[in-house]
Design a protein around this ligand. Structure first.
Ligand code: 1GP
Length: 250
């Protein structure tokens, strides 16, 4: 239970965490070495690995390579049941609670349950909420679900409360990778005001200020993928902003 415990311990200390999302389809072995070094240098807390589509078949190699070149925990963030690697540190076991697609609420979990259990991975039950990011994202298309409207904070809040009462350990609010508009701080704070579970927030975060404001609003883990793919130097600004939150909030 190391990764979940680290979420809880950080939350108890009001320490915010920064996670870099790597899409296995978009990286070469050389990229992984460079990314791992950058992430280590700026004290990235977690590496999330996954994507809505996985076209390549080198997930195991990606994880093993990351594990070989850095000590940052690797957390699977799978777009489908095929994205499981026993070499990772944990698996976000996602149920798409913002949607009404039974396959993503429970169907695919049943199909892959025995294999996931056998992998020995730490499984973190995650209530996954897709929030409208201003334009259709891959996640809303592939999941065949309607995202929660961006201005309906109460729907997001009630969805998160329901997820937590159903036993989900973590809530992940996602505007979708590359979202035009990231999730608003007011929606994050509404959810955070009613939920004890750690809250992961991602989708369309492109600058340090937004990462910082999300943390102040109640996000516990900030995830950035796209913006870093475009500009690696952003990793430092984003990590520093997230890690500065408890100090400045005092
Ligand atoms: C997507 O939350 C992640 O599922 C990160 O989104 O790639 O837009 O940073 P970005």
């Amino acid at each position: 239970n190391n990764i979940y415990t680290s979420f809880i311990e950080r939350k108890a200390k009001k320490e915010k965490a920064f996670a870099v999302l790597i899409d296995p389809d978009k990286v070469t072995p050389a990229d992984i070495i460079e990314l791992a070094a950058k992430c280590t240098a700026v004290k990235v807390d977690y590496i999330f690995l996954g994507g809505s589509l996985v076209i390549s078949d080198h997930l195991d190699e990606c994880v093993q390579q990351l594990k070989a070149c850095c000590d940052i925990p690797v957390v699977l963030f799978p777009g489908s049941p095929s994205q499981v690697s026993k070499y990772a540190d944990a698996l976000l076991y996602l149920s798409v609670i913002s949607g009404r697609n039974p396959e993503l609420l429970i169907g695919q979990h049943v199909v892959s349950a025995a294999a996931v259990k056998k992998s020995g991975l730490e499984v973190i039950s995650t209530g996954y909420m897709v929030i409208d990011g201003g334009a259709p994202t891959t996640v809303s298309y592939i999941s065949n679900t309607t995202p929660i409207p961006a201005d309906k904070a109460d729907i997001a809040m009630c969805t998160a409360i329901a997820g937590e009462m159903l036993g989900m350990k973590v809530i992940y609010m996602d505007a979708g990778s590359g979202a035009r508009v990231p999730i608003t701080e007011s929606m994050i704070s509404r959810v955070a005001s009613q939920v004890q579970a750690p809250i992961i927030v991602g989708g369309g975060i492109r600058d340090a200020e937004k990462a910082y404001l999300n943390c102040k609003a109640g996000a516990d883990v900030i995830v950035v993928g796209n913006a870093i793919e475009k500009d690696l130097s952003l990793i430092k600004e984003l990590a520093d902003a997230v890690h500065s939150v408890p100090v400045k909030a005092r």
